[in-house]
Design a binder for this molecule. Structure first.
Ligand code: MIC
Ligand code: SF4
Length: 644
């Protein structure tokens, strides 16, 4: 039997384990990327591991999230990352060079290679046939040091795209349709592979919109074949030598197949506050719009921007709308300027932002109270914009641009013919904002400003684990609930004690104080707990507050790995109805915890005593032997040091 695209890459990079679904394997990582809001922690951890120079083919640090610099904190982080990367063999992408995923696919991604990034949207590079996976900073630090990356072998879900997109339907609508079908947890434990006759007409930037937002499915990654379209894109970037052909075998087999007829797809929107809350744009047509944000790693390519500029040309942004546009990279930004399209945006009244994440992560441009904000981003989680009362809708750049002019959500079909933009045959290439590492590490002093604080490290698992239930949460709790990030908090990503005071506050403002009062304990959640970002802070902040275990109906992949990496027990109810019996401040105990965690490897349940209610219930801890050892050691850092 033949192999799918991702199975081929996994086999090429396999270091240990069996390629059977669900079993743990380890793979070699060719490239790593970090961004600044997870990067400080990743490099502090890399330093703690003690490897002098990275062992990957390419490692790069981007500065794109924390760029407002309303105090010294962001700039301190930038300087720390710039100097620590210079010392240890890592390239540094200066602020102003663009959003990590957009720059990486333009300039560095290579079909057939593996990429591990400390950002959940790392799968964007699946748009050129790279196996690109998002992970916590510590996993990336280990990979930089030449260590393997462990994952459980995912199922392969094939999404067949048939036919051609109708006018005004876009790549964004394809991924919104996939989200509508599969939901925000439908991709957990799966790699999504795209196939079908529709691929030939999808450019790399369009494919990248789809693989980018595959993160919202909870998927391990998403990938397109590396074909003639990929070759043309890499050639236009002056990188044709990086191209290889990478197609699935004809007799490859898939665990699941979904077929989408592109010709009937209409413009779609995700309503607040979940990316899978998808409706057709016509269903919300007429809704008054206060803000339109165009950009983010999902939709900030040159093609997206040129389409937006063509729609705005000669028009004026509606007086009740604030339109902000953040091009994805310096390449995009400078080509927009050279072509004159930037002038069309500016003269229509768009507020042009630097090429960075910006509003997508609440770094500025928080909308007004009760606002309706139309965004081209990938996430519309509650309060993520920085305004908890705002309603954020996710749409294509085209729908966003039309609404910016009309002031209401508008079916673009009623607006006239869509702009038709061809991919340029060559992009303007200038990598002058990439700083190369030093040849001689001794020449470099790592500069640590006062914002760089030590991070919490757990202790080995104790014989008995006990504590109170500190909070009982519902389904789909995101990392934006657990560790909110906005312009006020993102500057403190290197200061976990400070951040801990905001842990879970969007769901329960009293949580940090309660956790401190009782000296830590347990978090109880529903299904898909921890979906969203790769931020390790969603594990580090609970660790700082003394959280010992999280008991849920199910976990999102990256967050569960981050809990294990920090020595926090990830437990799931064996009988989901036990969830209903959990009460705030119940006193729980896991007796013989070390033995029970080792036994969990072979599928034995872990028994928890509820002393307050006087009964015991079973939970599962779905871990490999290696993960059990990590939990026993009190986290991956302790484990790595023990095995160094
Ligand atoms: C996000 O989009 O949520 C982020 C901000 O890019 C995160 C990373 C972080 O929290 O720093 C992600 O997607 O992993
Ligand atoms: Fe940045 Fe938003 Fe993309 Fe995260 S999702 S990397 S915050 S642009």
């Amino acid at each position: 039997m033949g192999f799918t695209i991702s199975q081929k890459i996994l086999r090429d990079h396999l270091l240990s384990g069996e390629m059977t679904v669900g079993s743990e394997i380890s793979i070699r990582i060719d490239q790593t990327l970090t961004q600044d809001s997870t990067g400080t922690m990743a490099y502090l951890q890399f330093e703690a591991i003690g490897v002098p120079r990275v062992k990957t083919k390419l490692s790069i640090a981007y500065i794109d999230h924390n760029t407002i610099q309303s105090g010294f904190e962001n700039a301190d982080d930038h300087k720390y990352i710039q100097t620590v990367t210079k010392k240890h063999g890592i390239r540094f992408s200066r602020p102003g060079n663009g959003v990590c995923h957009q720059v990486h696919i333009e300039r560095f991604g290579v079909p057939g290679q593996t990429l591990l990034g400390s950002d959940s949207h790392t799968p964007t590079c699946g748009g050129i046939g790279m196996l690109a996976i998002g992970a916590g900073g510590l996993d990336v630090a280990v990979a930089m040091g030449g260590g393997p990356y462990y994952l459980s072998v995912p199922k392969i879900c094939k999404v067949v795209l048939e036919g051609s997109l109708a006018p005004w339907a876009t790549a964004k609508d394809i991924i919104l349709e996939v989200l509508r079908i599969l939901s925000v947890k439908g991709g957990v434990g799966k790699i999504v592979e795209y196939a079908g006759s529709g691929l030939a007409e999808l450019s790399v930037p369009e494919r990248a919109t789809i693989t980018n937002m595959g993160a919202e499915l909870g998927a391990t990654t998403s990938i397109f074949p590396s074909d003639e379209v990929t070759k043309a894109f890499l050639a236009a970037q002056g990188r044709e030598e990086d191209w290889i052909s990478l197609l699935p075998d004809e007799d490859a087999s898939y665990d699941e197949v979904i077929t989408i007829d592109l010709s009937v797809l209409k413009p779609l929107a995700a309503k607040p506050h979940m990316p899978d809350n998808v409706v057709s744009v016509t269903e919300i047509a007429g809704l008054q719009v206060d803000q339109v944000c165009i950009g983010s790693c999902t939709n900030s390519s040159l093609m997206d921007m040129l389409k937006v500029a063509a729609i705005l040309k000669g028009k004026t942004v509606h007086p009740d709308v604030s339109l902000v546009i953040a091009p994805g990279s310096k390449q995009v930004f400078s080509m927009l300027a050279q072509s004159g399209a930037l002038a069309d945006m500016i003269s229509a009244g768009a507020r042009i932002l630097e090429c960075a994440c910006g509003p997508c992560i609440g770094m500025g441009q928080s909308p007004r109270t009760n606002a309706v904000s139309l965004r081209t981003n990938n996430r519309n989680f509650y309060a993520r914009s920085g305004t908890a009362s705002a309603s954020v809708y996710l749409v294509s750049p085209e729908v966003a641009a039309v609404a910016a002019i009309t002031g209401v959500v508008t079916d673009p079909a009623s607006y006239g013919p869509p702009p038709v933009i061809q991919m340029p045959s060559s992009f303007t290439v200038n990598d002058n904002l990439i700083v190369m590492p030093a040849e001689n590490a001794d020449e470099v002093d790592v500069i640590r400003g006062p914002n760089i604080k030590p991070f919490p490290v757990n202790v080995p698992l104790t014989a008995s684990v006990s504590g109170k239930i500190l909070v009982v949460l519902g389904d789909n709790i995101t990392t934006d609930h657990i560790m909110p990030s906005n312009a006020k908090l993102l500057p403190y990503r290197s200061n976990v004690p400070y951040l801990a005071d905001y842990c879970l506050t969007p769901s329960d403002p009293a949580f940090p104080a309660r956790a401190k009062e009782y000296g830590g304990g347990f978090i109880v959640g529903g299904s898909n707990y921890g979906q969203g970002s790769s931020r390790e802070h969603a594990a580090l902040a609970p660790l700082q507050l003394g959280v010992k275990g999280v008991i849920t109906i199910s976990f999102a992949r990256i967050h569960m790995a981050n809990l294990i990496n920090n020595g926090i027990l990830p437990l799931t109810f064996t009988d989901p109805s036990d969830y209903d019996r959990m009460n705030l401040l119940d006193q729980l105990e896991i007796a013989d915890a070390r033995e029970q965690i080792m036994d969990a490897v072979s599928g034995q349940p872990v028994s928890i005593i509820n002393h307050t209610q006087g009964y015991s219930f079973d939970v599962a801890c779905s871990i490999s032997d290696r993960q059990a050892q990590i939990l026993l050691a009190g986290g991956l850092l302790n484990f790595t040091r023990q095995h160094a």
